[in-house]
Design a binder for this molecule. Structure first.
Ligand SMILES: [Zn+2]
Ligand SMILES: [Zn+2]
Length: 338
């Protein structure tokens, strides 16, 4: 027995990553709740790489004290609630159903990228938009933001840069001194990618208005993130159910944790059970982007669309409760904070 224990201890000493978890902390409007406007989530790899997924409406700006160190910012699409045409006035301000927000003319995404000197991980079309906004924040005379020199970087990077990848592209971020990096792949999202008009110049807004038009920035996207402990996380963004959730997300990427955006528009309240149970088949699910005050006192409210879907999902499903940190092992099992 003693020998077996010693061997076990040695094994863990040789492979410390085996015992380490990915930390996931939602940054919503109201601490301890899952509220209507909540989207932003911070992920932390065991090697220390930290990234923000969709800055959205619930950060108070690039200097929100809840953010801490941010090495990378992921942007799924240009809808205001994701790129962040508004920012939270203050933590807990307003109601859970309708948090109080104020304009963020440069977008919360650009505010965080500029404030943290972070890497922007998104498509090239959306990166170009963020470059302009970050340059506006830095002011004239500063070096313009550009793509990172390579598709694999060590974080923190010396100056904010973006990933230069599109659908299917892979970008890697490694912490200084770590043997392995965190791998980001851009995947399909069955949604639209029209920019929030308030983020455009007045001239552009007028042109679009004259034709009743929307301005799209190429395809909207989701992400698959491979962490150094082996965890594969699928970040769906806003999406309808689509067949490649089985072939690409599940069969090829083997994502064991699914972070799923709900809400009425893409219809996942109706199709989510099929998407998760039959197509993605993850070990665990996290729900966010619920577009309703899903909790009260931190508990799921019974008469919500979120509660109705939770009952139909076979895998353990957790709510993205603001400022509560969940920890997941390499196989997608929640080991703490759920
Ligand atoms: Zn959207
Ligand atoms: Zn959305």
């Amino acid at each position: 027995m003693k020998i077996a224990c010693a061997a076990f201890a040695l094994l863990f000493a040789a492979f410390p990553a085996l015992a380490q978890n990915v930390k996931i902390t939602p940054i919503g409007s109201h601490p301890g709740e899952l509220c209507a406007n909540d989207r932003a989530i911070i992920f932390e790899d065991p090697t220390g790489v930290r990234f923000l997924y969709d800055a959205g409406h619930t950060v108070t700006g690039g200097n929100d004290p809840r953010l801490g160190t941010i090495h990378l910012v992921l942007l799924s699409h240009m809808h205001g609630d994701h790129v962040g045409d508004l920012k939270l006035k203050a933590t807990g301000e307003g109601t859970c159903a309708n948090s109080t927000r104020v304009p963020a003319p440069n977008s919360t995404t650009a505010e965080v990228v500029a404030g943290k000197n972070a890497v922007m991980v998104t498509t090239r079309a959306m990166a170009a938009f963020v470059h302009n906004k970050v340059d506006a924040i830095h002011g004239s005379g500063s070096k313009p933001m550009d793509f990172c020199p390579t598709l694999a970087v060590t974080v923190p990077v010396p100056a904010a840069c973006s990933s230069r990848i599109d659908m299917g592209g892979v970008f890697t971020a490694r912490a200084e001194g770590a043997r392995q990096g965190v791998e980001f792949t851009i995947v399909y999202s069955a949604h639209v990618n029209d920019v929030a008009p308030s983020l455009l110049t007045k001239a552009q807004q007028d042109l679009l208005k004259a034709d009743g038009a929307q301005l799209g920035y190429g395809p909207p996207v989701g992400f698959v993130v491979k962490f150094t402990n082996g965890l594969g996380a699928y970040l769906s963004s806003d999406t309808a159910v689509f067949g490649d959730m089985k072939t690409v997300i599940s069969d090829f990427h083997k994502a064991s944790l699914a972070v799923i955006n709900l809400g009425p528009n893409p219809g996942l309240f109706q199709s989510g059970a099929y998407a998760i149970n039959d197509l993605i088949r993850p070990a665990s699910v996290i729900f966010t982007h619920v577009n309703e005050a899903a909790t009260e006192g931190g508990k799921l409210k019974a008469n919500t669309q979120t509660a109705a879907l939770m009952k139909q999902v076979k895998a353990p499903a957790y709510l993205a409760i603001s400022e509560r940190t969940m920890e997941f092992d390499g196989k997608g099992k929640c080991v703490s904070g759920c």
